[in-house]
Ligand binder design. Sequence first.
Ligand code: ACO
Length: 325
Amino acid sequence: MKKVGIIGVGAYLPAKVLSNADLEKMVDTSDEWITTRTGIKERRLVGPNEAASDLAIKAAQQALKDARLEAKDLDLIIVASVTPDMQFPSVACILQNGLGAKSAICFDISAACAGFVYAVIIARQFIAMGSCKNALIVGSEVLSSVTDWQDRNTCVLFGDGAGAAVLAPVKSGGIISGYLGSDGSKVGLLFIPGGGSRQPATHQSIDSRQHYLKMEGNELFKLAVKIMSQAAQVALKQAGLECSDVDLVIPHQANIRILMAVAKKLGLPKEKIYLNIEKYGNMSSASTAVALCEAVREGRIKKGNVVLLDAFGAGLVWGACVIKW
Ligand code: ACO
């Protein structure tokens, strides 16, 4: 089995900023409530005619440049998204065409907020088995398209963005463990009822707001703390490492209180938890990808560091992996 590492990262955030003050004018909320309950100060929103593939292309181009590869070098593209341009074809195929990555196998995965970690582990398998060499993975979301802007319980939480990474064989280090899990008995905690084959679009489904995201925040909060902590421990054990060996955790950015509770359970100081939720909110699959890219660019991740990716989301799905950078 070949060793596989991340050799390039990229991110793209749309220009439009929606602040907590802006939200105060839209729903019955306050900057104080949003900041203390979630850690979010602002989030980015797409402009008109901007879809998941548009964000993905910009993030992917940066990741390719960082990896010193060209699109033609790619033989695999995986996009994680719960807000694709269309039901089909995949964002990955649209991205392939936009990049000119003619030799790549392309498909999307649906693993909500854990999508980027799922993509890391899937791409790693393809490369480790020798069936692919250079893989591009992207988490790209336009959550504003499924957010109910009249529901204060959810609309303050989410944002749009994309993050990308290029994976390839490496001589040493790389991804040293990967753990994924799912629990389909909790589908009802976070879902979009309308728009699929269960409830296709009708005038009635639209009038009753069935095409927007529905969430049981309290229950998810507790599960996120428990499951993200357990996933981190399993991935570290698989890698033969202790929590104290971790230099930086790149978690899914859902809520600062979830992340501080996870840090406490793992016995990690909060400085070891990378945070950018304040600027972007929860961008589902894009959150972990963008956080990884920003941590690299800020010099928070250096060669030889032990990095732990840890994510949890609707499904339920979760995943964690340890990377020796
Ligand atoms: N502004 C003001 N008040 C609000 C707002 C708002 N935006 N939203 C809810 N409230 C009110 C509620 O109506 C409630 O009022 P009540 O007591 O009169 O009924 C009160 O605030 C407390 O509501 P709670 O839901 O108990 O608040 P909580 O502290 O649990 O925070 C939150 C809610 C932020 C959603 C939290 O539960 C959370 O972050 N959960 C995780 C959910 C999540 O991250 N989902 C994303 C996908 S899964 C994942 O990525 C991990």
